[in-house]
Design a binder for this molecule. Structure first.
Ligand code: PBG
Length: 323
């Protein structure tokens, strides 16, 4: 008695497996998130994200060139200011750390990569929320929009090709798009963090940006159980002018990525976030996982789920392996 069907035939040799591979993972599909700290005189390690640092302006420039040479598709920049206030005014200041770093990288790299900026206030506010607060201490959606419009414009003027509004305020994409257009910045695009969940996996990122947050972000980030709501956010962002949309986190949300890929009319990004990075690094450091195999499997799975591009702290390293 022999089986009639033998799928194993297509797995017999590496060449055969390569031929029938369904999912591609290329360096250009990987985007490297990077941190730059104002006034730092040496890179500062982030203990919960081994291998990731808060850069100085100079080390950022060098690491950015290295990542681009490794073939990554883009860079996403986060700034850590020296001082913070209730309005997050360092975000708008042309001399604020994020804008200064954008100018550095744009002058070094020109159009050789796609330069992106986090358009959100949480790194710049002394209360750690993604927006400004009202008299009761709640996050004031519409007052925040005015700040986002100015922040986005400052980032565009500093050299960002793509703005990444990540604060989950209603109307943020439309307001930033209008501000850019009014200023003649019609070529600056928007990568909207459309479906961003209130996730425990952001834990290490809070250390990465010295977050001042006390409470949580559940009045603006989504409930992890909701997929229909994610599709509504995506639909609204595309209608407001998003050039690309994002699902975040990635690994625990592969079904959301799949649903987004099936409905979106613009490219879909997924953010393989700090907690996903930390889990793999911690297990690998203990010898519990084969680090390189695990990383490539994680990234391949996010692509298989439907993401066109992946923001990942492994972008430069993985790009070098894939080359
Ligand atoms: C908000 C922002 C966050 C991340 C990216 N942009 C933090 C948050 O929403 O709490 C998280 C990225 C990560 O965890 O790797 N500016």
């Amino acid at each position: 008695m022999f089986p009639e069907h033998r799928p194993r035939r297509l797995r017999t040799t590496p060449a055969m497996r390569r031929l029938v591979g369904e999912t591609t993972l290329r360096p250009r599909q990987l985007i490297l998130p990077m941190f730059v700290a104002e006034g730092a005189d040496a890179p500062r390690p982030i203990s919960s994200m081994p291998g990731v640092v808060q850069h100085t302006r100079d080390t950022l420039r060098k690491a950015a060139v290295d990542a681009v040479n490794a073939g990554v598709g883009g860079l996403m920049l986060f700034g850590i200011p020296k001082t913070r206030d209730a309005e997050g005014s360092g975000a708008i200041d042309p001399d604020g750390i994020l804008n200064v770093a954008l100018r550095d990288l744009r002058s070094d790299l020109g159009d050789a990569t796609v330069l992106m900026a986090d358009t959100c206030l949480d790194e710049f506010t002394d209360h750690g929320h993604c927006g400004v607060l009202d008299a009761e201490g709640g996050v004031d959606n519409d007052a925040t929009l005015r700040v986002y419009a100015e922040m986005g414009l400052a980032q565009a003027e500093a050299g960002a090709h793509l703005l990444g509004p990540s604060g989950m305020m209603d109307g943020q994409v439309g307001v930033i798009r209008a501000a850019l257009d009014r200023a003649g910045r019609t070529d600056t695009g928007i990568l909207a963090y459309s479906a961003k969940f209130a996730s425990a996996f952001y834990g290490p990122f809070r250390e990465a940006v010295d977050s001042q947050l006390k409470g949580d972000r559940k009045t603006y980030q989504q409930d992890p159980g909701n997929v229909r709501e994610a599709l509504r956010e995506i639909e609204l962002d595309i209608a407001e002018g998003a050039d690309m949309i994002m699902v975040k986190p990635a690994l625990a949300y592969l079904d959301v990525i799949r649903a987004a890929a099936e409905t979106s009319t613009v490219p879909v990004a997924a953010y393989n976030i700090s907690g996903e990075y930390a889990m793999v690094e911690a297990a690998a450091a203990n010898g519990w996982l084969d680090r390189e195999r695990t990383i490539l499997e994680v990234l391949t799975s996010i692509r298989r789920a439907g993401a066109d591009m992946i923001l990942t702290y492994w972008a430069a390293e993985a790009a070098a392996w894939l080359d």
